[in-house]
Design a protein around this ligand. Structure first.
Ligand SMILES: *Cc1c(COP(=O)(O)O)cnc(C)c1O
Length: 831
């Protein structure tokens, strides 16, 4: 951005008022930004110009605090958390920053006086979709909480030019459209062209003697690119602390001399530039089958290498010698995507900074902590040794060396047990040799954690059992959380106002345990009436928006039954679909006397290469088509698939939900965070004992939670005993009738084959035991409907859900990490 700098004292004074928080200052700065940055008068400005001016006006107010924070952290040598994550699913910035600055009301008034449509301006923002789902959103919630909890932190990741694809629904099928979030500019980031690091690939390694006669290794790469920093300030709520989100963009290397490398080959040189830039071009959708993964390994090395070089630079510039690196920094690995860090830090310390193996290893192991996010075997990252060697020959040497040291230790502990050695090795030797990234992360970290109590137990007893036997003290649990700023204050202002009124203060926004005060008002008919009204208003808003987005009209009085999350077999959207088919058949057969009207609402993207997930989307839309157009039932049930579920559209969904579907097969969902967002907004949960559902149920009370289905233990036993879905299909005539109806062609204009891949899979394999949980689910849904009839009781349960969600604030999670894992104290920055 190129605004003139204030130099004279008078200008400095103006500068100060220009970024003041008064309504007058906001109005003036808005008009200035509209004119000087967008080059527009108020009268002719397009909606996007107005948004940009509003964004710059807001950003101007962050910068003061940002600079002050950076200065303070530097002079205090504050211990700093680095959150390394391949994904940050941030959501729109504007409304969130206004809330954290505490100027939403003033900004709305300023907008009114300038005759602006405030909501339309917010709507203009295109979110940075730099993540797939829960994992990336967790990183974003953590960034918000790190700042709010005043923990000095840097988030490191990749500035993908194309984030997660936009989803359109055409003829009931998912169609992927490329995400172009940068097309109209990104007012929240500040490019740092001077913060640039070389990233090396390929080539070979050599031994040499340094000037002290020491034998050392040198990597002679065959190509290199640059990573350039783009910084986004992350402000905490009601504090002066601003942390940094630093995302790396790949560019052709500066030292990569086009002239020398490609004499006279101009087009070749341009091609090299394009090649370099592909590295940060696109986010990989997860759940993809093996294919074209080489770029992903390049991406991982790219952001890990830039981030660690940046940390080393910061350390050398402030604290000094690298033997204190692990005192200054602690780095959290968000899943194994940044696990190369372990090898890369070893390389940088030894090869570039002449540290010995032992010192480098000590530093590395004190620096990293690792969060595991999944037990699903297909989601555990491994890289073929051949690919690893071709791209990162020096790292492979280091991995082998780490493995040699480690396995010697294992052999000493388990004398003669080579089976143990084989299981723990960094290299999987069965079939094609592969590097196990999770093992690298565990061995190279001082702490390993799961993301919910059940998940952390399963991590210890199954996935990492051998490691747990070796180092029990290394294993922790930190149950995930979500930020109440975005997921209550920003997205559900009516509920936020109600909570503040009821509690007599708004401290709950920074200390969510304080919402427990609602409990003592749960019986108040006054509160209940207001509670119901707030929910109804949110449902009306959502219904209006869905009508315009999909053409489907919903009755706001109907129960809004919502399942919004990535589409995956383990999350079992098809179980939900079977229940809808059951409701439909019962209505058609006149089996229900006085139905409770429901709106079944779905949202979620399927990975582009995940055929069954895409077929599930088609099935939901096909069922919707029939039901919504059948006048015999459509007064009682409607089905709608909301296209393009992301943070922004999600914010419309959570406040409007009555029922939250959290129905994964027990043992498969590590934590879930959608479950927390819904419950915080007063939806009741129908769910299995999976992930954080277990803890949510404990917190809100079993009488305020609709539990069904097998436990993780039941699932394990059933799998051991040989699960036969066929028996369930033939043993339950309603289940059979539902599956048969799908196969009949009713939902596919007579095509009896369309859904066969899905139904055949259920009947013959059913890897996620949909059929085994079907009956329990249908019965539980019946209890839900009966409960909904008693609105007073339902509202009371809803109030108690919100009142007891304090634990699920990401602030609590961050405080646990800071205390139990990172050993970091808050560094408050005054306002
Ligand atoms: C919270 C969130 C998720 C995670 O939902 P789960 O139900 O925990 O899988 C995924 N995508 C978006 C856009 C979210 O906001």
């Amino acid at each position: 951005m190129s605004k003139a700098k204030a130099s004279s004292p008078k200008a400095a004074e103006r500068e100060h008022t220009r970024t003041g928080m008064s309504k007058a200052a906001l109005k003036q700065d808005f008009l200035d930004n509209l004119f000087y940055i967008q080059g527009r008068f108020r009268e002719v400005a397009a909606p996007h110009d107005l948004y940009m001016a509003a964004a710059y006006t807001t950003r101007d107010r962050l910068l003061q605090r940002w600079v002050k924070s950076a200065q303070a952290f530097k002079t205090l040598h504050a211990r700093t958390l680095c959150y390394l994550s391949a994904e940050f699913l941030l959501g729109p910035h504007l409304a969130n920053n206004l809330v954290n600055l505490g100027i939403t009301g003033t900004a709305q008034e300023a907008g009114r006086e300038l005759d602006l449509d405030f909501d339309a301006i917010l709507e203009e923002e295109e979110e940075p979709g730099l993540g797939n789902g829960g994992l990336g959103r967790l990183a974003a919630c953590f960034m918000d909480s790190l700042s709010t909890c005043q923990i000095p932190a840097i988030g490191y990741g990749i500035r993908y030019e194309f984030g997660i694809f936009d989803q359109a629904i055409e003829d009931g099928w998912q169609v992927e459209k490329s995400d172009t979030w940068l097309r109209n500019g990104n007012p929240w980031e500040i490019p740092r062209p001077k913060i640039r690091f070389p990233v090396l690939y390929g080539g070979h390694t050599e031994q040499y003697r340094d000037q002290n006669g020491q034998t050392r290794m040198r990597w002679v790469p065959s190509w290199e690119i640059d990573g350039v920093a783009y910084d986004t300030p992350i402000l905490g709520y009601g504090v002066g602390n601003v942390n940094l989100l630093r995302l790396w963009k790949a560019e052709a290397s500066e030292s990569f001399d086009f002239q020398a490398f490609n004499v006279g080959d101009y087009y070749g040189a341009v091609h090299a530039k394009i090649e370099a830039e592909t590295i940060s071009k696109v986010l990989y959708p997860n759940d993809e089958p093996e294919a074209g993964k080489e770029l992903r390994l390049k991406q991982q090395h790219f952001f890990v290498s830039c981030s660690l070089q940046d940390m080393i630079r910061l350390h050398l510039n402030t604290v000094g010698p690298l033997d204190t690196f692990a005192d200054k920094f602690v780095a959290q690995l968000n899943d194994t995507h940044p696990a190369l860090s372990v090898a890369e830090l070893m390389r940088l310390l030894m090869d570039d900074h002449a540290m010995t193996w032992d010192d480098a290893w000590e530093t590395t192991r004190r620096t990293f902590c690792y969060t595991n996010h999944t037990l699903l075997p297909e989601a555990l990252e491994t890289w073929s040794v051949a690919l690893f060697e071709r791209l990162l020959p020096r790292h492979l040497e280091i991995v082998y060396e780490i493995n040699r040291h480690f396995l010697d230790e294992v052999r000493m502990r388990f004398l003669g047990d080579e089976d143990h050695v084989r299981r723990l090795s960094l290299i999987a030797e069965d079939g094609e040799r592969r590097v196990r990234m999770a093992h690298l992360a565990v061995i190279g970290s001082k702490a390993v954690n799961g993301v919910a109590a059940l998940h952390s137990e399963l991590v210890k007893s199954t996935l990492f059992k051998d490691f747990y036997d070796l180092w029990p003290e290394k294993f922790h649990n930190v149950t995930n959380g979500v930020t109440p700023r975005r997921f209550i204050v920003v997205s559900n202002p009516r509920l936020a106002r109600l909570i503040s009124d009821c509690c007599g203060q708004d401290d709950w926004i920074r200390d969510l345990d304080k919402v427990r005060e609602l409990e003592s008002h749960a019986e108040s008919t006054d509160l209940q009436a207001q509670w119901k009204a707030a929910k109804l208003a949110a449902k009306r808003d959502l219904a209006a928006w869905l009508k315009q987005a999909t053409g489907v009209a919903l009755d706001p009085e109907a129960m809004f039954d919502v399942q919004a999350k990535r589409i995956h077999e383990y999350k079992r959207q098809h179980l939900n679909a079977l229940h809808i088919v059951r409701c439909y058949q019962r209505l058609k057969q006149g089996l229900v006397r006085d139905p409770v009207p429901r709106a079944f609402i779905f949202g979620g993207k399927a990975a582009p290469g995940y055929f069954l997930a895409k077929l599930i989307i088609k099935l939901i839309n096909a069922i919707a088509d029939v039901i919504n157009n059948d006048p015999e039932v459509n007064g009682f049930m409607r089905v709608v698939f909301m296209p393009d579920f992301n943070v922004k559209t999600g914010q419309r969904l959570y406040p409007a939900a009555d029922l939250s579907e959290q129905i994964s097969l027990a043992g498969k969902e590590a934590s879930g965070t959608g479950n927390m967002k819904f419950s915080m907004n007063g939806a009741l949960t129908i769910g299995t004992l999976d992930g954080a559902n277990v803890e949510i149920r404990d917190a809100v009370g079993e009488e305020n939670f609709f539990l069904f289905g097998m436990t993780a233990e039941d699932v394990h036993e059933k799998q051991m005993g040989g699960y036969r879905p066929w028996d369930y299909y033939h043993g339950d005539h309603e289940l059979k009738a539902d599956i048969d109806l799908i196969n009949s062609g009713l939902f596919s204009h007579g095509d009896t084959k369309l859904f066969r891949p899905l139904t055949d899979n259920l009947i013959n394999h059913d890897p996620f035991m949909v059929l085994a949980d079907y009956r329990a689910y249908i019965e539980c849904q019946h209890r839900v409907s009966e409960a909904y009839r008693d609105q007073q009781h339902w509202v009371r349960m809803s109030i108690l859900n919100v009142a007891r969600m304090g634990y699920f604030s990401s602030d609590r999670a961050i405080r646990e990490y800071a205390r139990n894992i990172w050993d970091i104290e808050p560094t408050p920055i005054d306002l």
